[in-house]
Design a binder for this molecule. Structure first.
Ligand SMILES: *[C@@H]1O[C@H](CO)[C@@H](O)[C@H](O)[C@H]1NC(C)=O
Ligand SMILES: *[C@@H]1O[C@H](CO)[C@@H](O)[C@H](O)[C@H]1NC(C)=O
Ligand SMILES: *[C@@H]1O[C@H](CO)[C@@H](O)[C@H](O)[C@H]1NC(C)=O
Ligand SMILES: *[C@@H]1O[C@H](CO)[C@@H](O)[C@H](O)[C@H]1NC(C)=O
Ligand SMILES: [Zn+2]
Length: 431
């Protein structure tokens, strides 16, 4: 009697925690015989347009940053493609004019189903090469160097982020966090916990959409605002890596990321399905991956969604060592070692001042610390990427005092929908 009841509850808990993620139908990539040389260097030269995009007036320009509405300048929902910074639009237009952005159709999808392209368009062909269909675009990252467990976690920051960070601190390690931009508004303290511990911060879009379904301008908004938020909250660092939600990218989206923002696309070569898993299933998956050959190295899809997903990783951590893998933060091992485009890492003092927002960024961090005390108390367990999308739909206001409320109220409907879906098994849960 207890077991079905527990299953229902755990199902519900996971569902609440992972509203956008249940449609993660990107299947595993178990291919181990694909070898591709990883780029030794990727970040853009100083004359690349990306370095113009985040410039502002020099420090001491008189700008002040309101504690109350430090996030007011950022989208409170899906970014409006008609209200983007002009520099981003110009950079996109220049890249399109230069022929750098493939002119391929957008995909369409209904939640829970892989995106599809118009008939006649081959998602596995070189024109589209959709990562959802496991087509690997040259230059995108799917594997890590031999023998390396290239660690990363998606969908943060969340209330479970400190659990992960504190554990890794205890073993003197860091990881790469592919963060959802709007989640930083809701969990600034948790964001800072990761950044201040020296962890690498990367981009997982603003509201976690299927990126290939979006227009070019929408893609720019999803990436640009997340970069801007990370930039303003990390002392001016410009992220270097992004991971598409659901692993959904194609030649067009990948090119926008690279040509407009200098971002390199990172997918994965193993998937624990932790967002949908039990401690047992996640542990079994990890054990299997750790027992597999060490070429190529591992890039495992993991999430910092809940204590379930984080604790499953923590439980498996000793096996990483005992099976001889070299655990490393992904961003520090898949390229030249620099984890940002304009800085060595989160702890370095070498942020290049000619391409970034120096003074303001530290203010933003301090403001974030202030706001956290008011927002974090309003959080419910597992408000994560779902918070992003449900807050996005709720039209929340810009003030910090109301920031937590839209999550909770909009959770009710999401919660009910997902409970029904969970109980009836109606959700598509492939892979
Ligand atoms: C792990 O790193 C150490 C030191 O860099 C190296 O000697 C060892 O060969 C690596 N192990 C694997 C499995 O790559
Ligand atoms: C922690 O890791 C760093 C970087 O790998 C290393 O330099 C340092 O010696 C380590 N400290 C301990 C206590 O293991
Ligand atoms: C980011 O910080 C810069 C100052 O460095 C500021 O001008 C800008 O308004 C901030 N962006 C947002 C969206 O708040
Ligand atoms: C931010 O906080 C640090 C330490 O808490 C402080 O030294 C610094 O002056 C603060 N910066 C601003 C702009 O308030
Ligand atoms: Zn995600």
């Amino acid at each position: 009697m207890l077991f079905p009841f527990f299953s229902l509850i755990s199902c519900l808990v996971v569902r609440i925690a992972a509203v956008p993620t249940p449609s993660a139908t990107v299947e595993h990539d178990h291919v181990h015989n694909v070898h591709r040389a990883l780029p030794g260097s990727w970040y853009h030269d100083q004359d690349h347009p990306v370095h113009e995009l985040f410039k502002r007036a020099p420090p001491g320009d008189g700008t002040t940053y309101a504690d109350v509405a430090w996030s007011a300048g950022f989208p409170q929902s899906s970014p409006d493609p008609n209200a983007l910074p002009a520099a981003w639009v110009s950079a996109l237009n220049a890249a399109v004019a230069a022929g750098s952005i493939p002119n391929i159709p957008q995909s369409t999808n209904t939640p829970g189903v892989n995106p599809v392209y118009p008939s006649g368009v081959n998602p596995n062909g070189p024109q589209v090469c959709s990562a959802t269909y496991k087509c690997r675009i040259p230059g995108d990252i799917w594997d890590s160097p031999n023998g390396v467990f290239a660690s990363s976690f998606d969908d943060g920051p969340t209330p479970s982020t400190p659990t992960l960070v504190n554990f890794l601190s205890s073993v003197n390690q860091t990881t790469t966090h592919f963060m959802i931009g709007i989640n930083v508004i809701y969990y600034p303290n948790q964001f800072l916990t990761a950044f201040n511990a020296g962890h690498d911060i990367a981009v997982h879009t603003w509201t976690h959409p299927y990126m290939t379904t979006l227009s070019n301008l929408q893609v720019v908004g999803q990436l640009g605002w997340t970069m801007q938020m990370i930039h303003n909250s990390t002392g001016g660092r410009v992220p270097k890596y992004w991971r598409p939600p659901y692993g959904d990218s194609d030649t067009r989206v990948s090119a926008i990321a690279k040509e407009v923002f200098g971002l390199q696309t990172v997918v994965w070569n193993q998937d624990t399905s932790d967002w949908n898993g039990t401690p047992q299933s996640i542990g079994t998956a990890l054990t299997g991956f750790l027992a597999s050959p060490k070429s190529p190295g591992l890039i495992i899809l993991e999430h910092e969604l809940t204590d379930i997903t984080v604790n499953a990783f923590i439980a498996a951590y000793p096996q990483i060592k005992s099976t001889g893998w070299n655990f490393s933060s992904l961003a520090s091992v898949v390229g030249d070692g620099r984890t940002y485009q304009n800085a060595q890492n989160s702890a370095s003092n070498d942020v290049q001042p000619d391409s970034i927002l120096v003074g303001a960024a530290s203010s933003a961090v301090n403001s974030s610390s202030t706001i956290a005390s008011s927002t974090s108390t309003g959080s419910t367990a597992g408000v994560t990427s779902s918070g992003a999308s449900s807050a996005a739909a709720s039209g929340s206001s810009n003030t910090k005092s109301s920031a937590a409320l839209p999550i909770i109220s909009s959770f009710t409907s999401a919660h009910i929908t997902l409970l029904i879906a969970c109980v009836t098994g109606a959700l598509v849960l492939s892979s």
